[in-house]
Design a binder for this molecule. Structure first.
Ligand SMILES: [Ca+2]
Ligand SMILES: [Ca+2]
Ligand SMILES: [Ca+2]
Length: 383
């Protein structure tokens, strides 16, 4: 955290004196009032960026200024903008069998097969649905068609993947149905890469929030968040609630703690929280569980697209990060179908309800802490 914060410090403040903060203003506060509130502190508060979506400003601030800024009548609250790792690797199951040779012929990954996505394609493959992968960036990769995206990380404008996580997630949703490689759950969707994490899988919470702001402005239909933290940020919670009100489906990884603790944002009610199953339809040993889990999907030994050290290839990863995009892809398939109440729009609540009605119950009867409402079934979801 110290390292990340220090990268952005100006000469005005030293590392010991300053902390990066998100200042959330009250509703209806004018831009002029915001500027005045910050300018009162002179060199002790240095603005980094605005996040209008939650009426916030990110600043570097002298620690002795926080109390008085929080007390300003225009300010709702002030929260620390931590830099942290948003990816939780699954120990020995991290990146296996990485290959740069072209995989021919195309294989149907076991997870896509297990949820019967390939049987749903007779009806729909997700055509024209806009899906954002909020992650380390995606591709470029010959088995992915990326329609657009954004980078909110400070060091680059490029939304290409500087890690390999985002590309793997993207392939599970949307790898192209062609002669080689793999095929995703919804191979006709429009995939957007929203890079909020760097090559180490780390970023500021304000970067993740800014990425979600981009998704709303660019009218995404669904957002995949195979990322998370144990920190319960008020700003992140506000953002997820606002994205939900904007009508966008949010799907998030429950976490890889192996215990009863669902990470954020998955644990926030608007998000669909996804646990991971193995090839025997058991809960994966690493999967986080808990009452917040909504659904489960295949997440162990998942074969998908990889881009590593700028070389495209394929490889196997395990995690609730891999389970999550199976659900996001299924949501995309659902959204192409006629919506239940006929207003022409699938609300996040309607998508949740459809997934709930069509999931395969596993474990204890009914909703449980391991599988939520059960294993996703893409074929039934679009029936
Ligand atoms: Ca392919
Ligand atoms: Ca509707
Ligand atoms: Ca159950």
């Amino acid at each position: 955290m110290i390292f990340g914060a220090s990268l952005l410090l100006t000469t005005v403040l030293s590392a010991e004196e300053a902390t990066r903060k998100i200042v959330v203003f009250k509703n209806g506060v004018s831009e002029a009032t915001k500027i005045t509130a910050l300018e009162n502190f002179g060199a002790k508060v240095v603005k980094i960026k605005d996040i209008p979506f939650i009426n916030a400003v990110v600043v570097n601030m002298a620690q002795d200024s926080e109390m008085s800024l929080s007390a300003n009548t225009a300010v709702e609250f002030v929260e620390t903008d931590y830099y942290e790792n948003w990816l939780e690797a699954v120990g020995e199951d991290d990146l296996r069998e990485f290959q740069t040779t072209i995989q021919e012929p195309q294989v149907l990954p076991w997870g896509v097969n297990r949820i019967d996505a390939e049987k749903a394609w007779r009806k729909t493959a997700g055509r024209q649905i806009r899906i954002a992968v909020v992650d380390t960036g995606c591709g470029p990769h010959p088995d992915l068609r990326i329609w657009g995206g954004a980078s909110v990380v400070s060091y680059t404008e490029s939304y290409s993947d500087d890690h390999y996580h985002g590309t793997h997630v993207a392939g599970i949703i949307a790898a192209i149905d062609n002669e080689f490689g793999v095929v995703g759950v919804a191979p006709r969707v429009r995939l957007y890469a929203v890079k909020v994490l760097n090559g180490f899988g780390s970023g500021f919470v304000s970067d993740v929030i800014e990425g979600l702001q981009w998704c709303v402005r660019n009218k995404m239909n669904a957002i995949n968040m195979s990322i998370g933290t144990y920190m319960n940020y008020q700003t992140m919670k506000l953002t997820v609630e606002a994205v939900n009100r904007a009508g966008i489906v949010q799907v998030a990884a429950a976490g890889n703690s192996g215990g009863e603790q669902v990470i954020y944002p998955a644990a926030y009610p608007p998000c669909l929280a996804i646990s991971a199953t193995n090839k025997d339809n058991e809960i994966a040993y690493f999967s986080s569980t808990g009452p917040e889990v909504d659904f489960s999907a295949p997440g162990q030994y998942v074969f998908s697209t990889i881009r590593r050290n700028r070389i495209p290839g394929y490889g196997i990863l395990s995690g609730t990060s891999m389970a999550t995009p199976h659900v996001t892809g299924t949501a995309a398939l659902i959204i192409t179908m006629p919506d239940p109440n006929g207003d022409g729009v699938w609300s996040p609540a309607e998508v949740r309800e459809r997934l709930k009605k069509t999931a395969t119950d596993l474990g204890d009867e009914g909703k449980d802490n391991l599988f939520g409402y059960g294993l996703i079934d893409a074929q039934r979801a679009v029936r």
